[in-house]
Write a new protein. Structure first.
Length: 264
């Protein structure tokens, strides 16, 4: 065997090793040739076949857009087109579709790779199914929305009267949520009184005190009277550095029951 044959054998063995390694990376890998019309696929690994459901001979020579569908985000596609046009790397998360029509979330990374001995750029796309992660994120988002909704429960108890019982600690984010929810509720219901019950609030911080002041201003502009209930002596003492509740002319009662008796 001459030197040329040895070199050729070594090159074949090296290519087979690289191919076997790529087949075991745990992600779909696609190589496309931008020098050809419509940037067709010239190589796919086993991971991409498993991910997409297409066999290699079904997709070689075609552009990878066959993974797109009606709900594939146009913004992500535009980022891809811009990156390819400028031979830049890009990473996006987009909704794609398998051969059987099943949608999946695809974390796609595309890299331009320059091959010196061919004096040409190729694009390498690495694709990972992140559907479980996206589903978990959506579920967490749903639960977070429910927690926020339940943490600001406005309860109508009589005509033109509602109660907002606060529980736990009020911070800046929760304060903004309270102002948003109350504003929307009062605008819709046109109530005369909103009772803010503080019986279950044990931490009287700066955000809570300032929140009462802002809530009173908001409701005053909307023609609704704010009434406080469940105010403990230590609350009044701790509020002194932040808000002078006396200046707000707020009516305060020991309990919601007492407040309702007075309002009636």
């Amino acid at each position: 065997m001459n030197y040329n044959s040895l070199d050729k054998l070594e090159e074949i063995q090296q290519n087979e090793f690289i191919k076997a390694a790529i087949d075991h990376v745990g992600a779909g890998v696609v190589i496309s040739d931008p020098e050809q019309e419509d940037n067709p696929i010239i190589y796919v690994n086993k991971g991409f076949v498993d991910l997409s459901g297409y066999e290699a001979d079904e997709i070689l020579g075609y552009n990878c857009r066959f993974l797109q569908g009606e709900d594939t985000e146009e913004d992500s596609l535009e980022k891809i087109r811009e990156a390819l046009a400028n031979s830049k790397s890009v990473q996006v998360e987009l909704l794609n579709y398998r051969k059987d029509g099943t949608p999946f979330w695809n974390e796609l990374q595309i890299f331009p790779v320059y091959i010196e001995n061919m004096d040409q750029n190729f694009f390498v796309g690495v694709q990972k199914d992140i559907t479980k992660r996206k589903d978990a994120e959506n579920l967490v988002g749903h639960y977070s929305s429910e927690v926020r909704r339940l943490s600001t429960p406005i309860v109508p108890i009589e005509e033109n009267i509602s109660v907002l019982p606060l529980i736990g600690t009020v911070d800046e984010d929760r304060l903004q949520q309270i102002l948003d929810v109350v504003s929307h509720h009062v605008q819709e219901s046109k109530e005369d009184y909103l009772i803010l019950d503080l019986s279950a609030v044990h931490t009287f911080n700066k955000d809570l005190h300032i929140g009462i002041y802002q809530l009173n201003q908001l409701l005053d502009l909307m023609g609704t009277t704010l009434v406080l209930t469940g105010v403990k002596p230590n609350f009044a003492l701790q509020s002194a550095p932040y808000v002078n509740l006396g200046e707000l002319s707020l009516k305060s009662y020991i309990s919601v029951k007492q407040a309702l008796q007075e309002i009636r």
